[in-house]
Design a binder for this molecule. Structure first.
Ligand code: IPD
Ligand code: CA
Ligand code: CA
Length: 263
């Protein structure tokens, strides 16, 4: 491994860029000039600040890590040769951002052939920076974090999210409806990366969602699992963006019992 590829260097880079992009979008939000337009559906929005955030991150990575691959939600695609690929969600929680709610974040992960290697999620409005390095734990700022020790699903606080596609939302709503009698309560906070960080630090006991993308999941998944959370798909197989469950280990089997597979 080249010394520049040391995980400590990669996580510091991810954290620095997440902070810089987060400051850019938070300041942009305050100008009121959002430049909002629709993407896949009438409710799937993108703003000029999503694009500006991705540009800032990608331009910096192209200079400092020219041989790495890049996948960004707003269209950045570079095939790499180094074995390191970056996954960027330049604003996760764009609906919150648009409405002036604080629950949005910049999410950046670097992955190698074994999966996510480092991750950083920065929440500009709370100034919280979550980071993790594979095999070396997860942190909120400089403080190590652990997921909850919950053992009982019926007292678990469970976060989830919904797609922008109306038919998918009908199925997701039915799934949440079936789970609701078996848990303490449900939270739909509006940013997958933050939901995963909330699992990591015990602010919720569990999170599940389907139809995510690689950039929604990569950083937050590493942060949550490095904090002790268990991950899988809805059937208990390997976690994937299309079916994601991340929770306190003590409630995993009870939770997936109530999540029917989608396919
Ligand atoms: C969305 C958020 C939301 C989740 C959606 C994502 P975006 O990402 O993470 O919480 O429920 O599935 O698409 O569009 O705000 O980057
Ligand atoms: Ca997202
Ligand atoms: Ca986004």
């Amino acid at each position: 491994m080249a010394s520049d590829d040391a995980p400590a260097n990669l996580v510091n880079l991810a954290a620095r860029l997440a902070r810089e992009a987060g400051d850019l979008v938070a300041n942009g939000r305050r100008t009121g000039n959002l430049g909002a337009r629709t993407k896949s559906t009438a409710t799937d929005m993108v703003t000029r600040w999503d694009s500006a955030s991705e540009s800032l991150i990608v331009e910096a990575l192209r200079v400092t890590r020219p041989h790495d691959g890049i996948v960004g939600e707003e269209g950045a695609r570079f095939a790499g040769t180094s074995g390191i690929d970056w996954y960027i969600d330049p604003i996760d929680g764009t609906t919150n951002f648009l409405y002036g709610l604080g629950g949005y974040a910049v999410s950046i992960a670097a992955a190698d052939s074994s999966g996510p290697l480092v991750g950083a999620v920065f929440v500009p409005e709370s100034r919280e920076l979550f980071t993790a390095t594979r095999g070396r734990g997860a942190f909120l700022g400089s403080t190590p974090i652990r997921c909850s020790t919950s053992m009982t699903l019926d007292t678990a606080l469970v976060a989830t999210g919904f797609s922008y596609d109306s038919e998918r939302r009908r199925i997701q709503g039915a799934r949440v409806g079936a789970l609701l009698p078996h848990v303490r309560d449900i939270r739909r906070l509006g940013a997958a990366a933050i939901d995963l960080c909330h699992v990591a630090c015990g602010r919720v006991d569990a999170y599940f969602e389907e139809h995510l993308q690689s950039w929604d999941l990569a950083a937050g998944l590493l942060i949550a699992t490095e904090a002790g959370a268990r991950s899988s798909d809805f059937a208990g197989g390997e976690v994937r963006p299309s079916e994601t469950v991340v929770c306190a280990p003590g409630i995993h089997s009870a939770l997936i019992e109530h999540l029917q597979p989608t396919s």
